[in-house]
Ligand binder design. Structure first.
Ligand SMILES: Cc1cc2nc3c(=O)[nH]c(=O)nc-3n(C[C@H](O)[C@H](O)[C@H](O)COP(=O)(O)OP(=O)(O)OC[C@H]3O[C@@H](n4cnc5c(N)ncnc54)[C@H](O)[C@@H]3O)c2cc1C
Length: 584
């Protein structure tokens, strides 16, 4: 019997992992990769660090070469070979050798599309000027590195993960860098208040971040510098513009072959990564995937999913209907786990954000904020982790988490990600048995703490107030300084604001309260609360705030057991600060 011929279009994350896995499962099939670039299996995730000279030798980015594929895996790789068309009837591809311009056809028994994604270019005048760059490939990185000498200032258009990684690395190379973000927050994949920590940190590290800044044109100046025009009429002079406003699946081949494309513009696949044609599989940035938490289709262009999907498609192809490899491993979908490092700050997330929950119309979720140290405070060098946990009110199922901090962030999000994948609840987080010694964590790890706060809330021991409700009541007056303003504000609250129903007490010390407090808050330090209960009305809700939420929790327990209707503002003043900034 003739051996099966498997062709793979695209030889980087998804395509290369599919090819290697397939060979491990099937020693006898023919495997051929067509890659239109000059390299296969390169580490595109490392490219920003190659720009920043963190990775100095280019060859470190080459995970595997065509020779390695041939010698170790008996896989043929054709680089500089662009697939122009898929003919599903004859099961053939048309391929153009980009060096010789010659075309030829090749036939397949199984085909894998792993063509990835391409950079979205804003449709504005000037984007084709020579000093406008996008970073996707090794040649892109070479070009930027070669031109760095001519640059003193660069604009990074787009404040998502890739744009910010690039901005950091350009800054490290001595450039002045300005990040333009079209919306009101950096890292739109996070919730706005969590993104505030990143903005602060980037500004502290010398990056200029302009929010709600949309470029309308790029112009070339006589001295070869560029002027970027913004929609609001402002202009910025720069030497280079890096485009990083997003990516879109590279679906032209699939479209032309009549494969089903989803509403988000990616190839539709089943749980075996099979397209609408059972002889064709698709993996990586080019496909739409199901979000395991929301159940909705999503584009999720990251390397981990691309690699796993490549492996899975290989198992299904090798399986050939025998149900040996694939039966046990239908693709589980993505849950949105990601991480990014910026000037020593780690930003990580998993599951859904509150923004996504709202977009889905979901209302029966709850959230907690907390700021635990990455390890116990008495061991030197503890750093706070800013965390937000989202969970289902009905059963406590964990829906998502975001964390920002200088140490221990990725570990906590990875743990929560694992619980989400196993349908875990906040009660599971509460009970998780995690590593502890003073330099690594705490007897109550940040993951446990997040679970405990949430579980206490669900059990009714620890009712939580939402910051948004408080901010809505105060937002117009947070800047008022004078006594007159304050008196008017309080009057307004009492007359027509729903928040006047609640009494806001701040249980920090007097000195902390003096330094900064929420307008309208009454200071009753925790240690004197039991003696001052008669100052509070049992007729109105009591909302409690402290530094990070712990003293307020203790106050909540005291007040609840003395018959007060009480709620804690989780995360305390450290969360208030970012909400206040978001509101301004
Ligand atoms: C600068 C940068 C940094 C990144 N950092 C991270 C990170 O830190 N973490 C993370 O998870 N992800 C990161 N990513 C994203 C990650 O690299 C992608 O999600 C992953 O590479 C997707 O794999 P893929 O196989 O689908 O596509 P790709 O790896 O993009 O490979 C697709 C290949 O298909 C080839 N191709 C396309 N069309 C054709 C055709 N017609 N004929 C032949 N070949 C074709 C392309 O040339 C390309 O090489 C980063 C990406 C970039 C660009």
């Amino acid at each position: 019997m003739a051996s099966k011929r498997v062709l793979i279009i695209g030889g980087v994350a998804g395509g290369a992992s599919c090819a290697a896995r397939l060979r491990r499962l099937d020693e006898h099939c023919e495997i051929v990769i067509y890659e239109m670039g000059s390299y296969v299996s390169f580490a595109n995730c490392g490219l920003p660090y190659f720009i920043g000279d963190v990775i100095v030798e280019e060859n470190k980015l080459m995970v595997a070469t065509p020779e390695l594929f041939r010698n170790r895996f008996n896989i043929q790789v054709f680089t500089d070979s662009q697939v122009l068309a898929i003919d599903r009837t004859s099961q053939t591809l048309t391929i153009k050798n980009q060096l010789t311009e010659q075309t030829h056809t090749d036939c397949y028994d199984a085909l894998v599309i792993a063509t990835g994604a391409q950079a979205v270019w804003p449709d504005i005048p000037g984007v084709d000027l020579p000093s406008v760059y996008a970073l996707r490939t090794i040649p892109d990185s070479r070009k930027i590195r070669a031109d760095l000498e001519k640059m003193r200032h660069a604009i990074v258009m787009g404040g998502g993960y890739l744009g910010l990684e690039l901005a950091e690395n350009l800054k490290k190379r001595g450039l002045e860098v300005c990040v333009l973000q079209s919306s009101g927050q950096l890292m739109p994949t996070l919730d706005k208040e969590m993104a505030r920590y990143i903005e602060q940190h980037l500004r502290e590290n010398g990056l200029e971040c302009r929010l709600n800044a949309i470029a309308s044109a790029i112009e070339l100046n006589p001295d070869q510098s560029l002027t970027v025009q913004l929609q609001d009429g402002q202009t910025i002079r720069t030497d280079a513009v890096m485009i990083s406003v997003g990516v879109k699946p590279r679906i032209e081949l699939a479209q032309q072959a009549g494969l089903e494309i989803g509403e988000l513009g990616g190839i539709r696949v089943n749980e075996n990564m099979q397209t609408s044609d059972p002889k064709i599989w698709a993996v990586g940035d080019v496909v739409e995937v199901r979000n395991t938490v929301s159940g909705q289709w999503q584009l999720f262009p990251l390397a981990g999913p691309a690699n796993r999907q490549g492996r899975l498609a290989a198992a299904h192809i090798a399986d050939n209907g025998r149900q040996i490899y694939a039966a046990a491993t239908p693709y589980r979908g993505v849950q949105g786990t990601s991480v990014c490092g910026l000037f020593g700050l780690t930003v990580a997330a998993t599951g859904l954000t509150e923004k996504q929950l709202k977009q889905m119309g979901m209302t029966d979720y709850e959230k907690v904020y907390l700021h635990p140290g990455n390890h116990v405070g008495y061991y030197p060098g503890a750093k706070p982790i800013r965390m937000k946990l989202l969970y289902h009110c009905r059963d406590g199922r964990v829906l998502g988490a975001q964390a920002v901090g200088e140490a221990g962030v990725a570990r906590r999000i990875d743990v929560i990600a694992t619980f989400i994948q196993m349908q875990g609840t906040v009660f599971d987080l509460e009970e998780a048995e995690l590593c502890y010694a003073p330099q690594f964590g705490a007897t109550k790890d940040p993951v446990n703490l997040a679970g405990m706060i949430a579980a206490n809330q669900l059990r009714g021991d620890h009712p939580l107030a939402r910051w948004e409700e408080l901010m809505d009541s105060h937002v117009q007056v947070v800047d008022s300084q004078t006594e007159q303003d304050e008196a008017e504000r309080l009057l307004a609250l009492i007359l027509d604001d729903p928040f006047q129903q609640a009494q806001l007490i701040d249980v920090r010390t007097e000195a902390e309260f003096e330094r900064k407090h929420i307008p309208g808050a009454i200071n009753i330090p925790l240690d004197s609360l039991r003696q001052r209960l008669d100052e509070l009305s049992t007729e109105r809700e009591v909302w409690v705030v402290c530094g990070v939420g712990l003293r307020a929790y203790n106050a909540t327990r005291i007040l609840q057991q003395h018959g007060f209707l009480v709620k804690n503002l989780s995360g305390g003043m450290q969360t208030y600060d970012v909400f206040e900034e978001s509101a301004s």
